[in-house]
Design a protein around this ligand. Structure first.
Ligand code: TYD
Length: 194
């Protein structure tokens, strides 16, 4: 099973992944993330830190990181029969780069999905930590160019479109509540899954 966690910056994703790491519900699961910690992921982080980075070039950096992540980590672990839990995955590209590219393409989300479709591996289940853009921006401290409330609003709209298109894949969790409550919900969701 490939389980991914998605949400706006400040939604508490990383802390929920920690909760899953601490349980033994998932056996010897592989825990991973995008952007990755490889040099591809480093290239992505350089781009994120650059306010002048070209959004289309940035899309391809993130996408290259995803390709390497699939080849080196995700597919081998799935082939070994392990569960894979990824803190962000392809939906982050559809939602975030769909937002940065909104002025460049008539349907930016669709364009980014099309680039992935022939070769990516879709998640089996995606936990979406639902938070409003203002809270997300406040909690994340708006430390990078993606974390402003205006940008996050567009990202949120894109996520909503993804949830509407594949309601069976997504589990929505209200992440505006206390982190303990959110973590408990994530745990019981995974308990039901396994
Ligand atoms: P994040 O998981 O928040 O990393 P960190 O722990 O370093 O804060 O991801 C970094 C930023 O990159 C975040 O603002 C979301 C953005 N992002 C994209 O724009 N596209 C993507 O495909 C991914 C994976 C992340």
């Amino acid at each position: 099973m490939l389980l991914t966690l998605e949400g706006l910056d400040g939604s508490g994703k990383t802390s929920c992944v920690e909760t899953l790491r601490e349980t033994d519900l998932l056996g010897d699961a592989t825990f991973t993330r995008e952007p990755t910690t490889s040099w591809y992921g480093e290239a992505v982080r350089r781009s994120v830190a650059d306010a002048e980075a070209d959004p289309l070039a940035e899309l391809f950096l993130y996408t290259a990181d995803h390709a390497a992540h699939l080849a080196r980590t995700v597919r081998p672990a799935l082939d070994r029969g392990e569960t894979v839990v990824s803190d962000r995955y392809s939906d982050s590209r559809y939602a975030y780069q769909g937002a940065t590219l909104t002025n460049r393409f008539e349907d930016a989300v669709g364009f980014v999905q099309e680039i992935h479709r022939p070769w990516t591996r879709s998640p089996d289940v995606t936990i979406y930590l639902d938070i409003d853009p203002e809270t997300g921006a406040r909690r994340s401290g708006a430390t990078n160019k993606f974390e402003t409330a205006t940008h996050l609003k567009q990202v949120q709209e894109n996520y909503e479109r993804l949830l509407a298109a594949e309601p069976d894949r997504f589990v929505r969790i209200d992440a505006s509540r206390s982190i303990e409550t959110v973590r408990a919900d994530v745990l019981s969701t995974v308990e039901e899954l396994v």
